[in-house]
Design a protein. Structure first.
Length: 217
C-alpha cells in the first residue's frame, strides 16, 4: 500500500514576518544548518508558539486554544445528547409530547377548513418542566409513576399551570363529563364506587343512583 504524501492545507506557504496562518502570526523565523525553518509565532490568545514550517503550513492552527475550544464544544454536545436521550425515554417528557400532539391542528373530515383543539400555553419543554416537574415528583412519590397523569381542572380551558394538576387514573376517570356521580354526606360517589360497595352491575348502580336523586328532590 502506497502512502499518499500529505498536501498543504494553507494556501500561503511563504514564511515572512507578520504572515498569518489561521490563528498564528509569524514574529520571527530562522533556518538551521539542515535547512529546516523554525518559526516563532504569536497566537490570538497572546501566547508564543515555537514550531516548524511544515507543521505551520499543514496542520497547526493555534497554540492549543483551538483544540481546547473544540473539546469544550464536543463535551457540551455530548452532554446535551445524553440529556435529550434521558428525557426522551422519560415519562414526564412523554406526557408533554402527548399534550402537544393533542393540541395541534387537525383537519375537519375531508374539508379544507381546520379547527383548533384546546391550546397548550407551554411553548417549550423547559417551560413545562419549570412549572410542573416539582409537583410531578411529589405525586410520583405518593402514588407511583404509572398512576400519575395530567388532568385539566376545567376541561373547556387550555393546558396551563393554573388549569392543570396531577391526578390518579381514578380521579381522571371521575373528572369526565359523562361520569355519573352523586353527593352523599359531602362525599362524591361515582357509579364505580357504588358497584364496589354493593357488588352490583353498572346498570344497577346507575339505576339506584337515579332513584336516590329522585327521592331527594
Amino acid at each position: 500500500m502506497v502512502r499518499k504524501k500529505r498536501q498543504k492545507i494553507h494556501e500561503s506557504s511563504e514564511i515572512v514576518v507578520w504572515a498569518r496562518f489561521w490563528r498564528l502570526v509569524v514574529t520571527w523565523f530562522w533556518k538551521n544548518k539542515h535547512n529546516q525553518t523554525t518559526v516563532i509565532c504569536k497566537c490570538d490568545c497572546w501566547k508564543d508558539v515555537i514550531t516548524r514550517r511544515y507543521s505551520l503550513t499543514h496542520w497547526q492552527e493555534s497554540c492549543s486554544c483551538k483544540q481546547y475550544e473544540d473539546n469544550k464544544i464536543r463535551a457540551y454536545k455530548h452532554w446535551m445528547w445524553w440529556t435529550w436521550k434521558w428525557w426522551r425515554n422519560n415519562r414526564f417528557y412523554t406526557i408533554y409530547n402527548n399534550i402537544k400532539s393533542r393540541t395541534s391542528w387537525r383537519p375537519l373530515r375531508e374539508q379544507e377548513k381546520c379547527y383548533e383543539w384546546v391550546k397548550c400555553l407551554w411553548g417549550t419543554f423547559e417551560e413545562f418542566k419549570n412549572d410542573m416537574y416539582e409537583s410531578y415528583v411529589n405525586h410520583v412519590n405518593e402514588f407511583w409513576e404509572k398512576n400519575t397523569t395530567i388532568d385539566r381542572i376545567n376541561s373547556s380551558k387550555d393546558y396551563c399551570k393554573e388549569n392543570c394538576r396531577w391526578a390518579t387514573i381514578k380521579e381522571q376517570a371521575n373528572n369526565k363529563k359523562r361520569c355519573y356521580s352523586i353527593n352523599i354526606d359531602w362525599k362524591i360517589l361515582t357509579s364505580t364506587d357504588i358497584m364496589k360497595m354493593y357488588w352490583v352491575s353498572r346498570h344497577t348502580a346507575i339505576k339506584r343512583m337515579r332513584e336516590y336523586l329522585e327521592n331527594t328532590k
